[in-house]
Unconditional design. Structure first.
Ligand SMILES: Cc1cc2nc3c(=O)[nH]c(=O)nc-3n(C[C@H](O)[C@H](O)[C@H](O)COP(=O)(O)O)c2cc1C
Length: 322
């Protein structure tokens, strides 16, 4: 059973995960027992935007979710070990092949969404997100041990808007933070970073939620953000590295569930990055556990997937199982 696993396909799916500024902070190692080890790559740290490693842990958790799907559709139960004890601090997860497993219809649908999912930073159509799709997003987070709070009504959205915009203002005062955004904005061929054409319209002061200045193009009138069909906050019970890896897996499950329903999503993390804003948001939501990500969800004009580094660049050792 073990020898039939296609590790290349699994890692190719893993790297489709989202990451802050598309920094892709991961490395993979395929073991001859069929397991795949996932490590944080310190060379891809974002010292100004992600000093604690929270963002990298979310990205790695999302990559682990894709690995789990790859194992499941290849007929094995994915067994997972998060933050295994050992000397290697960068080893964050191991996905091991368990007993034979027939992929469920949900696993197949989510797997099919992996290559189609991408951030959409453009304004969405005003069409509401149907109740059934909302319920599916909430259960996607729950299935992974996280929570997803849908902000209903103007009050909660206004509170989030205030917290997020203030957080963005504070963060953007830091020159190193701004420099990191510029350094990861790509105008031309690149295998990482955010291509300006995927960066969405240039942020403007009236925007309800703060966008990143990936693009400096003035926006046309149709691109004004008049509102958002659905805004949600993803969170966990605690905030250990393990919790953040859980958050990443839940994030990916929510994103793939949205993709499967033809919904577009973009992420807003400034209110999470600034500890005081994150705490304010937690209190505003009346939650015990910390928020881990803010999501804008709706129907939009789909762009395309963004680039990733070649598999060989992220594999420490590729064991050919043939
Ligand atoms: C931890 C984390 C934080 C992110 N924060 C933001 C954000 O604040 N604004 C934004 O536009 N995208 C944000 N993103 C999305 C990434 O920029 C995006 O995933 C990456 O550029 C790859 O593009 P893709 O999602 O289209 O595959 C975040 C992603 C992660 C994992």
């Amino acid at each position: 059973m073990v020898t039939t696993l296609d590790h290349t396909a699994a890692v190719a799916a893993a790297v489709r995960a989202p990451s802050l500024h598309n920094s892709q902070p991961w490395r993979f190692r395929a073991r001859d027992d069929g397991a795949i080890e996932v490590r944080f790559d310190p060379a891809r740290r974002l010292p100004a935007s992600d000093p604690t490693g929270w963002g990298a842990h979310l990205a790695i958790g999302a990559a682990v979710f894709n690995l789990r799907l790859a194992f499941a559709v290849q007929g094995v139960t994915p067994q997972m070990l998060l933050t295994p004890a050992g000397a290697d601090q960068n080893l964050l997860a191991v996905v091991q092949p368990g007993p034979p497993h027939a992929a469920t219809p949900v696993e197949r649908r989510l797997w099919e969404a992996v290559g189609r999912r991408h951030s959409n930073r453009d304004p969405f159509f005003p069409d509401p997100v149907p109740a059934e799709a909302r319920a599916q997003l909430v259960s996607a987070a729950r299935e992974e041990g996280a929570w997803l709070e849908l902000l209903i009504g103007d009050g909660p959205l206004a509170a989030l808007s205030e917290i997020a915009r203030t957080a963005n203002e504070v963060l953007m005062r830091d020159e190193a933070y701004r420099a990191e955004i510029s350094a990861w904005t790509r105008n031309g061929a690149a295998s990482d970073g955010v291509p300006i054409e995927a960066g969405g319209p240039r942020p403007e002061p009236q925007d309800l939620l703060p966008a990143r200045p990936y693009s400096s193009e003035p926006r046309s009138t149709w691109q004004d953000f008049k509102g958002h069909p659905l805004v949600a906050v993803l969170g966990t019970v605690g905030d250990t590295v393990g919790d953040q890896l859980v958050a990443g897996q839940a994030l990916q499950r929510v994103l793939l569930t949205a993709t499967d329903s033809d919904l577009s999503v973009s992420m807003v993390s400034q209110p999470i990055e600034l500890p005081s804003a994150r705490e304010q948001l937690r209190l505003a939501l009346g939650r015990f556990g910390p928020p881990q990500m803010v999501l804008r969800i709706g129907y939009g004009v789909s762009g395309g997937p963004t680039p990733r580094r070649p598999i060989d660049d992220v594999m420490d050792q590729l064991i050919d199982d043939a």
